[in-house]
Design a protein around this ligand. Structure first.
Ligand code: WT7
Length: 633
C-alpha cells in the first residue's frame, strides 16, 4: 500500500486488490492531498488544463466577495464542447457514448458522433422556438436518451436546464416551472415503470394549468399512450426533429466560465425548494476530475450510474462527467426488479458493465430477494462499485461487496450533495475501506467536523460537517435568492460551508457521516423537506395543520410519518387517511407518500408557534423528549 499504512488503521479494514490498484489513475493519496491543500489554485489549474478552453482564465479563483466565489474567471468555454465536440476530433468519434435499455427490453445506442448529431438537431429546434442564452428550460422526462439529449442541447446554446425528476408530480413540477419562469417545457407522453406507463403528459398538463409561464411544450413519444395535445402549444419531438430547421450542424456557444449551466431544485430546511445554480467552467473541471479519480474511468470501461438524470447524481455522473471523460455509459429506464429481481444483474452480464454506482436503498431492496438472483449471473466484468445518497449500513455494504462484487471490487462510498456539484468525501480505488465510512476528503477539499463554536471536535465525537475552503464544483447561489444562499450555507461559522449533516471523524481521519441535522428527510436516498410534505397536506380541504417527520425504515433508510389536525366538520377515518396519503402523492410524487397519518387534536409547539418535530420524533421512537422547556402544551 502506498497510501496510509493500513496496518496502522483501526477497525474493520478492506484492502483493495492489487489487480484493481495496479493501473489506477491515482496511486498515492497523502502527498497529493497535502499538495492540493497547500496550493488549491495550482491543483485546479492543472486539472482545468486537461480540458479545452476557447480562452484560458485570467484568475483561477476570485474570492474577493465571499461567499460569492467565482472560478476560472475570464475563461471562455462550454461544457458541451468538452463533453462532445472535443471527442469528435479523435477516434472516440465512433466510440459508444450511450447504451440505453428500456424497461420493455428495447435497446438504443449512440456513438459520440450520433449523440452530437441529435444534440445539434435539437439545439437548432430549441433556437428556432426562441430559446436563448439566459433562458431556463424545464425538462420533465422518463429515463430515456432524449432526456440526456435535451439537457446537452440546452447547454450547447447557453440556455440553462431545470430538470424536474420524472417521479415528481403536479405541484412539485408547477412550483419549479414558476420559480424558473420557464417558457418551454420538454416532456414525454409517458415512461415505463414496473410494466405500467406513467402519465407524465397528463401531470404536465395539470402543472401547466397552475402556473403562467409555459408557452410551448415539446413531447417525446415514448409509450404511445393516448395524450391530449393542445394546438399552438404542444409539439411532438419527432415532428420538430423532422423539420429542415433541425439541421445536424450547430455551433457550440462560447460562454463565460461562470455562465449558468443548470438550476436543480432541492429541498431545504424551510419553505419551498431551492434552485441550486451551477455554472459551466468550475462544474466541468470538478465533475471531470472527481469521476476520473474516484471511478478511475478508462477508455474500455462500461460505466453504469443507476440514478436518474433528474437528480444531481445523474446530472454530474450520468450526463456530464462520463462524457467529459469520453466514457461509455449505460442508462436503464425502469425498475430494478422488473420483471424479476435479476434484471440489473442480467444487464451487468449482458453489457459487461465494469463500474456500477447506486444507492444503499436500491442495494437493500435487491438484497431482500436473496443471493440466488445475483449468483446466477456472471458479474466478473465488474471492477468498481459505488454508493451514494445516505450512509450505507454495514450489512448492505457487505452484501454488495461479497454477493455483487465477489470480494474483488472496492466500494466507493461517495459523500456529496446537490450543492457540492460532485464527490467531496470518497475513497479512491487505492484506499483501505471501512464499511459505512466515506473515508477521506478528495483533493482540494478541506472537510472537517466542528462544534457549535466552529472548533474541530476530538476524534470520535459528533459535530457539524463543514468544508473550509471553496471548490470549483460548488453551487454559486440559490436562484433569485442570494440572501438565502448566504444564510443557509455560510453564516453559522463565518467563512465555512455548512453541509447540514452531522458526522464523526475517527482516529485515522476517516469521516463517518451520520445524517441530516435539519428538517430534511432522506427517503430512499431522495431528499425531501418536511415543509413541502406539510404544505401538500394542508392543501387538502380536510386538513387544518400538519407535521412531518422522518423515522427509520428498513428499506428506505427513513420514511415519512405525518401528524394531522383536521378542520372542523371532518371526521378521522381510515378512508380519509388513505385519501390524504394519495393526495400527497398526487401533489408531490409517489416518493413523498407518507408511510402513516396520525390524527391529532394538537401538535407539540413552542410558545412562538413552531412545531417541535424533535418531540414528535422522540415520542414515536419512545425516547426521552429532551429539553422541552419551550414546549407550550
Ligand atoms: C445529502 C445530500 C449527492 C448525491 C445524492 C444526494 C446524504 C449523500 C452520502 C454518503 C452519507 C450521504 C447527506 C447529504 N448523503 N451521500 N455517501 N454517505 N450520506 O444528494 O439529494 O443533495 O442529498 O445526502 O445527508 O447531505 P442530495
Amino acid at each position: 500500500m502506498n497510501t496510509t499504512d493500513s496496518s496502522q488503521l483501526e477497525g474493520d479494514i478492506y484492502l483493495p486488490a492489487p489487480a484493481i490498484t495496479a493501473n489506477a489513475h491515482i496511486q498515492e493519496y497523502d502527498n497529493l492531498y497535502q499538495r492540493s491543500i497547500a496550493d488549491p489554485q495550482g491543483f485546479w489549474a492543472d486539472r482545468a488544463n486537461e480540458l479545452e478552453w476557447f480562452k484560458k482564465w485570467d484568475q483561477v479563483l476570485d474570492d474577493s466577495n465571499p461567499p460569492f466565489y467565482q472560478w476560472f474567471v475570464g475563461g471562455r468555454t462550454n461544457i458541451v464542447y468538452n463533453a462532445i465536440d472535443r471527442h469528435l476530433k479523435t477516434w472516440r468519434k465512433n466510440k459508444l457514448a450511450l447504451i440505453w435499455e428500456g424497461e420493455p427490453g428495447d435497446v438504443r445506442t449512440f456513438s459520440y458522433f450520433a449523440l452530437n448529431r441529435e444534440v445539434c438537431k435539437f439545439s437548432n429546434v430549441l433556437r428556432s422556438m426562441g430559446v436563448k442564452q439566459g433562458d431556463i428550460v424545464t425538462i420533465y422526462m422518463p429515463r430515456i436518451p432524449e432526456q440526456v439529449i435535451a439537457m446537452l442541447a440546452c447547454a450547447k446554446i447557453g440556455a440553462s436546464h431545470s430538470v424536474v425528476y420524472g417521479g415528481f408530480s403536479v405541484e412539485a413540477l408547477a412550483e419549479r416551472i414558476q420559480d424558473a419562469q420557464s417558457r418551454v417545457l420538454i416532456t414525454a407522453d409517458g415512461g415505463w415503470l414496473r410494466g405500467k406507463t406513467v402519465a407524465l403528459k397528463q401531470i404536465a398538463d395539470e402543472a401547466i394549468a397552475r402556473q403562467a409561464t409555459i408557452e410551448s411544450v415539446i413531447v417525446i413519444k415514448r409509450t404511445g399512450q393516448e395524450v391530449r395535445m393542445e394546438a399552438g402549444r404542444d409539439y411532438w419531438y419527432h415532428d420538430l426533429m423532422a423539420l429542415p430547421i433541425a439541421n445536424p450542424f450547430c455551433c457550440t456557444d462560447e460562454l463565460d466560465a461562470e455562465h449558468p449551466l443548470f438550476v436543480l431544485y432541492t429541498s431545504g430546511t424551510t419553505g419551498r425548494p431551492k434552485g441550486i445554480l451551477h455554472t459551466h467552467g468550475g462544474y466541468m473541471v470538478y465533475t471531470y476530475t472527481t469521476l476520473k479519480y474516484v471511478f478511475d474511468i478508462k477508455d474500455d470501461d462500461r460505466y453504469w450510474c443507476a440514478a436518474d438524470p433528474g437528480w444531481i447524481t445523474g446530472h454530474s455522473y450520468i450526463v456530464y462527467a462520463p462524457l467529459l471523460n469520453g466514457a461509455t455509459m449505460f442508462l436503464y429506464e425502469g425498475a430494478p426488479s422488473y420483471p424479476y429481481p435479476n434484471r440489473w444483474w442480467q444487464m451487468v452480464e449482458k453489457y459487461g458493465i465494469t463500474i456500477l454506482y447506486t444507492a444503499p436503498t436500491a442495494i437493500r431492496g435487491l438484497m431482500r430477494f436473496g443471493d440466488a438472483w445475483a449468483k446466477r449471473h456472471d458479474l466478473s466484468s465488474l471492477r468498481l462499485l459505488g454508493s451514494v445518497g445516505e450512509p450505507i449500513n454495514p450489512e448492505a455494504w457487505r452484501w454488495y461487496y461479497s454477493v455483487i462484487g465477489r470480494e474483488r471490487c472496492p466500494i466507493m462510498d461517495t459523500w456529496w450533495q446537490t450543492e457540492t456539484g460532485g464527490f467531496m468525501i470518497s475513497p479512491l480505488p487505492i484506499t483501505p475501506l471501512k464499511p459505512g465510512s466515506a473515508t477521506r476528503p478528495l483533493f482540494g477539499i478541506e472537510a472537517d467536523v466542528v462544534n457549535d463554536q466552529g472548533q474541530p471536535v476530538p476524534a470520535g465525537e459528533e459535530g457539524y460537517l463543514v468544508i473550509k475552503k471553496p471548490w470549483p464544483g460548488m453551487l454559486r447561489t440559490i436562484l433569485k435568492d442570494p440572501e438565502r444562499y448566504k444564510t443557509q450555507y455560510w453564516s453559522k461559522f463565518g467563512n465555512m460551508y455548512l453541509a447540514g449533516d452531522s458526522a464523526r471523524k475517527d482516529k485515522d481521519g476517516y469521516i463517518w457521516v451520520i445524517g441530516r441535522i435539519d428538517d430534511v428527510i432522506k427517503v430512499s436516498g431522495y431528499r425531501l423537506g418536511t415543509a413541502e410534505v406539510e404544505s401538500a397536506l394542508v392543501s387538502h380541504p380536510a386538513v387544518a395543520e400538519a407535521a412531518a417527520i422522518g423515522l427509520p425504515h428498513d428499506l428506505k433508510g427513513h420514511a415519512i410519518y405525518t401528524y394531522v389536525i383536521l378542520r372542523a366538520g371532518h371526521e378521522k377515518s381510515e378512508k380519509l387517511a388513505e385519501e390524504l396519503r394519495n393526495h400527497v402523492a398526487h401533489e408531490m410524487g409517489p416518493i413523498a407518500k407518507p408511510e402513516q397519518i396520525t390524527f391529532m387534536d394538537s401538535l407539540p409547539k413552542t410558545r412562538s408557534g413552531k412545531i417541535m418535530r424533535r418531540v414528535l420524533k422522540a415520542r414515536a421512537l419512545g425516547m426521552p423528549e429532551g429539553d422541552i422547556s419551550t414546549l407550550e402544551e
